[in-house]
Structure formats: C-alpha cells, structure tokens
Ligand binder design. Structure first.
Ligand code: ADP
Ligand code: MG
Length: 710
C-alpha cells in the first residue's frame, strides 16, 4: 500500500508547524463593537427622535413606532455603506437549529446609475421562500411564504468575508398565518411572561417597578482538530462525530489538559476569534483548555437573554470560520469522540431588576425575602416542568453525552449547596409548629437572618446548580441554541411566580409575612424532591430519583414527548408562548430531525465499513496469508505458527466485520431503535480491528492523532 491518507495528513501538519509562531502586536480595544449598529452609531446616524425611540425599545422594551422605520433604515444603510457593505440580509433562526440568511444587494439602478437603497419596509419585513425550512406541517407547500420580522432589540451587525460585507438584521421568522417557525419568537414571548411575573411579585413586596432583565451567560465548549485529519474522516464530515475510533492509551485520565497551558497554535486561533467577536460587540471574556484533549471553552460576559442567544449563535459561526482560516476544524458536536468527554453549553440564567440581581442573596432582610421567593418559584417551576426542560436539550448528540459520567444525567434536579439547603430546611420546619423554635428561621421582612453571601460549595455533576448569584443549567448540548432552554425557563418560572403572587395579593399588610412564610413552606414541602446535592453521576442517584418519581428520559424520542404533554400545552397556551399547533409542529420537526440523523449516521458507518475498513482488513489478511504461503513453500517452519494464529485472528475479525456490516445494512431498512444497536456492535469489531491491524494499512485518522497532533 502506498503512503496512506493518515500518513499524508501528519506529514502536512508537520511541514506547516513552523508557521505557528507567536504573533506580537500591541493590545488594542478600539475596534470593540465596530461592526455593530450600537448606541453610539445610532446617535451619529439617526435623527434624534428615531435614535431615542429605538434606544427605548432596546433598553425598556417599549414597542417600536414603525413610522420611524424609514429613518432607521436610512441611517443604517448610510452607516453600512460607510463601512463597505453592499448587501443586507434578514438573519433568523429556523428550527434546523442553525441560522439562516438570504442576501439582497442595496442596488436599485436608475438608468446607468447605481443607486443604493434600503427602505423601512426592507428593514421591517422580509419574505424568504420558506418552503424548504422545517415547519412540521405548519406551512402547506402551496403557501410557501414565510415572513421575517425585524427584532429591534438585537442590534444589526456586519458580517465580513474576503471581498465584501453584509448587513445582518436579526429577525423573527413566522408563517403566513402568524405561527412561529423559529426559535426567537417564543423566546421573545417568554421574556414578556417572566418580566411581568417578576414585576407583579415586586409589587407584592411594595418595590417600585424597574426594568426587569433576564440575563444569560452561555459558556461554549468545543473541540479543535487539524483539518488534514478531518478531511479524511467521512464520518466527521457527514455527521460531526466519529462513528469509529479506538480510545487511545492516553486520553484524559491524567487530567493534564484542563486549564493547562494553551498551545501556541490554539492560542493564536483563540485570539483571532476574540478579535472577531469583539468587533461584533460580543463580550468574549474567558478562554481555557477543557478536560478532554483538544477540547476548549470560551465564555462571554452575560447579557440580556435575547441578545446573548443571538451572540452565541454568531459566536459558533465565528469559531468555525476562524478555525478554517487556521487550518483547523472546530467541532461543536456533543460527542465527537467516544470514550472521552463530550461538549456542552452551560446556560447561566438570572433575573435582574434595575441594578439588582434577584438571585443574589442580599444582606438586608427585604431583599432576602425577595430572593427566597424567587428561589422557591424556581424550585416549584423545575419540579413541575422538569420534563419540559429536559426536552429542550434533547438531540442525537446529547443522547451520547447526558449521563455518560461527564455531564449531568437526563434526570433534572437542582443543586442548592449545603448552606442554602439548610435555609430551605429551616423554612420548611419553621412553619411546622406555631412555637418559634430556636435556630429556626421565620421569613419575614423584619426577622430574616442574613443569608450566606457566597455559596462557595460547587457541584459539577448537577444539571441545574445554584452558583452563588445565578442558576447554571449544564445539560444543553454544545451545538444547541440556548433559545429553547431559556424559553422554557422563562415561562415556567413566570408561571410559578404568578401562582405565588395570586396568594400574596390576597394578603393584608399585617399578615403578609406570616402568609409568605406559609406559601414558601408549602412549596418546599411539595417540591423538595427536586433538590439533590449529592453526586449526580452515581448509580445510586438514578435509583433514588426513580423513588422520588423524577422523570428520566434517556433518549431524544422519549424526551421530546414532553413537548405535547397536556400540562405543557396548557402552560404554553395560557401564556401565549406557543400554541398547541406550534408545539405539535415542533415535536414533528425534532423527531424528524432525529430520525434523519440516525439514518445518516448508520449509512455513513456502513459505507466506511464496506469501502474503507473491509479493504484494509482484507489487505492485512492477504499479507499474512501470503507470508504464510511463502514460508511454507520455502519449507521454513519458524514463524508459521505465529502467522497462522495471526491469519486466524484477522480472518475471524473479517468474518465478524462482514456479519456486522450485513446486520447494519438490514437495520437500515428499519426504525432508529434498530439502527443504533447495529451501529454500536459494528463499531465494537471495527475498533478492535483498529488495534491489531498494521498501522500503515489503517485508513482512518486515529484518535491518538486527531486529538494530539497540531
Ligand atoms: P464557571 O465555569 O466557573 O461557572 P465562567 O466564568 O466560565 O464560570 O462562566 C460563568 C458565566 O456565567 C459567564 O458567562 C458569566 O458572565 C455568567 N454570569 C455571571 N453572572 C451572571 C448573571 N447574573 N446572570 C447570568 N449569567 C451570569
Ligand atoms: Mg466555565
């Protein structure tokens, strides 16, 4: 066999490695936000009244006056032209989970003259042909129109490429009849739900109404591998993950990668990513090596949830593009490599009122009562709708990750930490007797003791952990949009707050404290099963959770059933976040996507097994058998025993490989439940063969190369 692809890939990487020298340039920050239509730019390019109105919409969420759209469009165009932009696009987030765009130029020629125009209507609505986006039956093909509608709360930005630039306008995407076809629309609706519930609660506490902001900080994990390897892995190319590959002797067991010194080539990549993100006004803040080899994390500063979701979608795109410029590939799949950690996206959620974070346990009793009310609402919400929250992180990649000793299990529970759990237990007991026992806390604006200011104990195994001043939902997959999880969090927390307010609003000033105590105690009694501070990875937790009656949906098809559960439809319809029709359409889309992807994985595994692995093992077999034949012809007996054994091992492997390949082929005529185990047993024999086949005969780049060779 001539030099194979793997060896060629390594040689290419080695030859280029000298180019990865450090770049030394003075630190600059003046480009931060230069490609965003931000506050400063609005003030510069818009008439004063339009700028003020637009800023009020962004900051205070007041409706935007569409009569001013023409002014905004004109200013935006002028700014874009000044920055070398020729095209514009409505940028939206269909149910595929990716972002979508359709570019139009500003060009509107008059005779021989190129006039650049962009109207208010161009800004506010778009009509992309929507027939090829998944809609789960919402949009009949004869009515293929879809509408994109400007989201003025997420600023327009400029995307650059080699020879041009495009103005991107964040938009919501819906059908002709107004049904949501995207991830942004329900998120925006859910933000209203939780904001009004929070305001309602604050009113109960006689607190003046201020701006309520839901904040999100999304930590993003990813893998980086050299592109030369990637191009020789049809499975990575087609599915984003490796369907074959033996675990290398050294992977993550020495814990030497996490927070380790970042390799120069990777650091150069990260620095360029940050420059690009800063230009887009995305506040990239933290970067480090993750647990698995070749795995990394980036985290921005938290922002308003709608903007943070958009920024995360954009950041994923920037990561991919910059990787490509560096001869690397950024893998955002939840489990690109079996046997080592997969990648998630930690969704840090909190709620801010004016300048106060309501999840910050404060030092004054009034603030503490609000904190504990918010906390109890969250406990109630997560326990009541854990199934729904679980459904938002369901996808084919996360099925490999959740519960695999690296990520929280598919059982949703809350970690509060010892100190806060103690407070919760005191509330539960405190109301139990009318006598006030020593050490028991009564909630009351005047009697509440200070809460621990910094709940420092941490638990990395919990899916939903309180981390001092926010909740960190750790189950989302690295490739997923944060829109789904936050739509659900906002809605269910809004609902729980509303149910508390209904009771509080009936209180008099005199019995308020006692009633509040009773309400919170009732919530804790009813919902405390959702609190678990132990090791969520342990097998015992699974048993314990089952005893507590907590749902454990292990796979995507099981998990997404929650989307159409009666109680969840009722919830979403009550709050106008999603209609029954929209929910069913989402269920259909997600199920179809899952089944389609299982089939693609199965087919690529089959093709690789037949067209790459089988020939390689046949070659191995042939070489052994001819050596044996030659030895026998030359009447040499030494070595024939070893060769015979080797030929038998390879021959048996070959037989098994062919058998498992046929099994997968027939499973592919069947449902996903049949395809997955067939792929798994084919993988077992292929991975065994990898370890005994001559290195030069093996056609696929190996884990020990992809994860370590830069
Ligand atoms: P760790 O990995 O230790 O949890 P990181 O610094 O990597 O911490 O990430 C924490 C994330 O939480 C950051 O994105 C940060 O901006 C975000 N965060 C901090 N405070 C809040 C808050 N009040 N609301 C939402 N996100 C927050
Ligand atoms: Mg982090």
């Amino acid at each position: 066999m001539s030099t194979n692809n793997r060896v060629k890939a390594i040689n290419t990487i080695a030859a280029n490695s000298t180019s990865h020298s450090p770049v030394i340039a003075p630190a600059k920050t003046d480009f931060y936000g230069e490609d965003v239509f931000n506050t400063a730019v609005m003030r510069q390019y818009l008439p004063k009244s339009a700028a003020e109105k637009l800023l009020a919409t962004i900051n205070d969420k007041t409706p935007f006056d569409s009569e001013l759209a023409a002014d905004v469009a004109h200013g935006m165009k002028q700014w874009a032209l000044d920055r070398g932009v020729t095209h514009f696009t409505h940028w939206f987030q269909p149910l595929t989970g990716a972002t979508a765009e359709k570019h139009d130029s500003f060009l509107d020629p008059e005779g021989d003259k190129a006039i650049m125009s962009f109207s208010g209507k161009n800004l506010i609505v778009g009509e992309p042909d929507a027939s090829s986006f998944p809609s789960g039956g919402l949009r009949c093909t004869f009515e293929a129109r879809g509408y994109t509608a400007w989201d003025p709360t997420s600023p327009a930005f400029i995307k650059r490429h080699g020879s041009g630039a495009t103005l991107c306008i964040p938009t919501a995407f819906c059908s002709y009849t107004g049904e949501a076809l995207d991830k942004k629309t329900p998120l925006l609706r859910s933000m209203q739900v939780v904001s009004s519930a929070v305001k309602r609660m604050l009113k109960c506490f006689d607190q003046e109404e201020a701006n309520v902001n839901i904040t999100l900080g999304a930590e993003q994990e990813y893998f980086l591998i050299d592109k030369n390897f990637y191009l020789h892995r049809p499975d990575l190319l087609q599915t984003g993950r490796t369907v074959f590959g033996a675990t290398p002797p050294k992977h993550q067991q020495l814990d030497d990668h996490y927070f380790g010194a970042i390799k120069m080539r990777v650091l150069n990549f990260m620095a360029e990513v940050e420059t690009e993100l800063w230009k887009l006004g995305i506040p990239a803040k933290t970067r480090h090596n993750e647990v698995a080899p070749a795995q990394f994390e980036f985290a921005p500063m938290f922002e308003d949830v709608n903007l943070a979701v958009d920024h995360n979608m954009l950041a994923m795109e920037v990561l991919r593009q910059v990787a490509d410029r560096h001869g690397l590939v950024c893998l955002m799949h939840e489990k690109p490599f079996a046997g080592i950690n997969g990648s998630g996206k930690h969704n840090n959620w909190s709620v801010c009122c004016g300048n106060t974070n309501l999840l910050d346990p404060g030092s004054d009793p009034h603030q503490n009562a609000i904190f504990l009310t918010t906390l109890c609402a969250i406990i109630q919400a997560i326990d009541t709708h854990g199934d729904l929250l679980r459904s938002t992180v369901a996808n084919i990649g996360n099925d490999h990750r959740l519960g695999a000793n690296e990520a929280p299990p598919a059982i949703i529970s809350i970690f509060l930490g010892e100190q806060l759990t103690d407070v919760i237990e005191q509330i539960e007991k405190g109301g139990a007797t009318s006598s006030r026992q020593a050490g028991h806390m009564r909630i009351g604006v005047d009697t509440l003791p200070p809460l621990p200011r910094d709940a420092t104990d941490r638990n990395r195994t919990s899916p939903f952990a309180f981390t001092g001043n926010k909740f960190e939902f750790r189950a989302p997959g690295s490739s997923q949009s944060c829109a789904g999880p936050n739509t659900v969090l906002n809605t269910i927390i809004g609902e729980a707050l509303d149910s508390i307010c209904e009771k509080l609003e009936k209180c008099t000033a005199k019995n308020f404290n006692a009633e509040l105590q009773k309400i919170l105690r009732g919530i804790i009694k009813k919902h405390k099963r959702i609190i678990f501070n132990g090791d969520n990875y342990a097998a015992e937790w699974r048993e314990e959770a089952a005893k507590r009656g907590l749902p454990n949906a292990a796979s995507t098809p099981e998990a997404i059933k929650a989307i159409t559960a009666a109680k969840n439809i009722a919830l979403f319809e009550k709050y106008n976040v999603l209609t029954k029709k929209e929910l069913y359409s989402r269920y259909e889309v997600f199920l179809e996507e899952y089944e389609g992807k299982v089939r693609i994985e199965g087919e690529i595994a089959l093709e690789i097994a037949r067209s790459m692995i089988l020939p390689a093992v046949t070659e191995e077999y042939k070489q052994t058998v001819s050596a044996l034949t030659e030895a026998k012809a030359a009447e040499i007996s030494a070595g024939t025993k070893g060769l015979t054994k080797k030929a038998e091992v390879t021959g048996k492997g070959l037989d098994k490989l062919v058998a498992k390949t046929s099994e997968l082929a027939s499973a592919l005529d069947n449902s996903p439940e049949k395809i997955i185990p067939a792929m798994y047993s084919l993988r077992q024999i292929v991975d065994e063969l990898e370890l005994v086949t001559a290195d030069k005969n093996w056609p696929l780049p190996k884990y020990r190369e992809m994860l370590f060779v830069y």
